[in-house]
Design a protein around this ligand. Structure first.
Ligand code: COA
Length: 389
């Protein structure tokens, strides 16, 4: 069997239009634009309107990714939604997204791994593709943290934002796509980033509400220490596992949690500033959505293109971390043929695809036969000339 690779061939993002700036937060919190920007790199964050949910953002990002990949939702083999802020505890938000996309009967699950959830999703998708279980997998990172934020808590309110990003991975036979990944977890630091209420330990009650246990709580200093300890190392491991060096990385697209943490990881592996993508200024920390949103922006801005090698690294609640090295695959924009395929019902297009495939396979066989015949005739001629001479 030929080696199978998992290429990222399409990408999309969705960010709510409503913006809350640091200046807006200054009006309600004991904070300042200067403090937030110098400590984190954040100037503003996007926040949903009342009629938006994690599923609606995830679906919008996924639709854009499928369009750019030229893949129909019903041709997906699997949908993975990485999130820690689902619409409901159950049913899984992945099934709502699957239904909204019209991906009839396609398997879907929600992956909870904190902010590195999207990178965990890429690793999972790669495994499904290289093992021949699926040809096309959709990975989405979507978070709506503003509804779990205590807007009176300056330790968390200034950091997070809402959004979603998605990627379509497809099987390929060239050595590209997800080249390596590293996944890590250390549950001993669980209490440093936690939403204490609403689960089985502290089910929702008047008491949990009164104590504000339904809001995200964070020990920023501990998380900062943890992040600077694991991030550079995880990035270095992924680059090594891919058989590459830092010089081979065209762009570093890290989880956008804090610009100082990002710079420390880049320094650890010796990546220069111009090879680091940072957009935290506009979005804040969108958790599992931050890497796919940043990847989309890097592509839109021409910072990366097909054939480039990108390194991802993230850390978050769990505590968890993950890194990956990816060589970007096929063109992102739909080709005329994929547009046609998207616009036609499968019962019309599939026979055309089959005929094209059979015809081209037949032509290739005939061409190979002709080449073999020409080579044999030339060899025989050369032998005869040698014998005559
Ligand atoms: N505005 C103004 N002052 C604030 C503040 C805010 N929003 N939040 C905290 N402070 C104050 C603190 O109370 C403290 O005051 P004190 O010195 O009088 O006690 C001071 O600023 C310094 O606090 P500290 O927590 O030491 O700041 P820091 O340099 O560690 O920066 C974070 C705080 C949160 C920006 C930083 O720790 C961080 O980014 N941690 C990682 C968080 C993260 O990435 N979480 C998501 C994981 S996915």
């Amino acid at each position: 069997m030929t080696q199978r690779y998992a290429n990222i061939i399409g990408w999309g993002k969705y960010v709510p239009s409503r913006v809350i700036t640091n200046a807006d937060l200054e009006k309600t919190l004991d904070t300042s634009d200067e403090w937030i920007f110098t400590r984190t790199g954040i100037r503003q964050r996007h926040v949903v309107s009342p009629d938006e949910y994690t599923s609606t953002m995830a679906t919008a990002a996924a639709e854009e990714a499928l369009e750019s990949a030229g893949v129909r939702a019903r041709d997906l083999g699997l949908i993975i939604v990485a999130t820690s802020s689902p619409d409901y505890l159950t049913p899984p938000v992945s099934s709502q997204v699957q239904h909204a996309l019209g991906a009839k009967d396609v398997g879907a699950f929600t992956l909870v791994a904190g902010c590195p959830g999207f990178v965990y999703g890429l690793a999972t998708a790669q495994q499904f593709i290289v093992s021949d279980a699926c040809d096309n997998v959709l990975v989405i990172g979507a978070e709506l943290i503003s509804r779990y934020t205590d807007w009176n808590d300056r330790a968390t309110a200034v950091l997070f934002g809402d959004g979603a990003g998605a990627a379509v991975l497809q099987v390929g036979d060239e050595p590209s796509g997800v080249l390596s990944y590293v996944l890590g977890s250390d549950g001993s630091g669980a209490e440093h980033l936690i939403l204490p209420g609403g689960g089985t330990v502290a089910p929702p009650s008047q008491e949990t509400l009164d104590q504000g246990l339904h809001y995200l709580r964070m020990n920023g200093r501990q998380i900062f220490r943890f992040a600077t300890r694991v991030l550079g190392k995880a990035l270095h491991q992924a680059i090594q596992q891919a058989g590459l060096t830092t010089d081979d990385i065209d762009l570093f697209v890290p989880h956008q949690a804090n610009s100082r943490i990002i710079e420390s990881a880049a320094r650890y592996v010796g990546l220069p500033r111009e090879k680091v993508f940072i957009n935290i200024e506009q979005y804040g920390n969108t958790s599992a959505a931050s890497i796919p949103i940043a990847m989309c922006e890097a592509l839109e801005q021409g910072r990366i293109k097909t054939g480039d090698t990108v390194a991802f690294v993230a850390f978050g609640a769990g505590l968890t971390w993950a890194s990956a090295v990816v060589k970007l695959g096929e063109p992102s924009m739909p080709t005329p043929i994929s547009r046609l395929r998207l616009s036609l019902p499968s019962r019309l297009f599939d026979p055309i695809t089959r005929v094209t495939r059979t015809t081209s396979a037949g032509l290739m066989k005939a061409l190979a036969g002709c080449l073999a015949l020409i080579t044999a005739l030339r060899r025989r001629g050369a032998k005869r000339r040698k014998d005559d001479g």
